[in-house]
Design a protein around this ligand. Sequence first.
Ligand code: ATP
Ligand code: MG
Length: 163
Amino acid sequence: DVVDVVAVARNVIDALSPLAEERGVEVALLADGPALATGDRDELTRVVENLVENAIKYGDDGKRVEVTIATAGEGVRLAVRDYGPGIAPEHLPRLTERFYRPDVSHSREKGGTGLGLALVKHVLQRHGGQLAIESELGAGATFTVTIPAAVPAPATPALAKAS
Ligand code: ATP
Ligand code: MG
């Protein structure tokens, strides 16, 4: 399917607004226009949902979450940034493993099973996409997803043929 990632993100942010409100988090969507990708709409929705939910849950209460979407060459890039405690560098390589959770006591109090990022990685692999995680302790984390852009339809093929 051709999926507008901006529309997907808008739906996800809407669906998570009760959680965001509960935590006093404002989720901003930053995008210039539609960003068309190739993929399964429901699966890509779950990817965005997991990342935005994590940013709201593990970012600090009362701080901002930013979802930035841009078309970059052959891909669509979606970045979810939070301004929470971040993730220590030693945890980053294993973060997408199933059930891996860096800080058990902190994680337990926030709930969750440790499956979200494993699912994200799995879906992206099947879509020919990628996940990059950057974090600085105390300054927050950025999860960046890249998925193949939809191949644009050839411009007015009927006209082209006639000329
Ligand atoms: P689930 O997603 O299955 O409900 P979960 O959120 O614990 O549970 P993951 O989404 O895989 O599982 O995340 C794994 C762990 O990575 C989290 O428990 C949390 O400790 C850490 N983590 C994820 N996102 C962030 C973030 N934005 N900032 C800080 N830590 C994070
Ligand atoms: Mg999660």
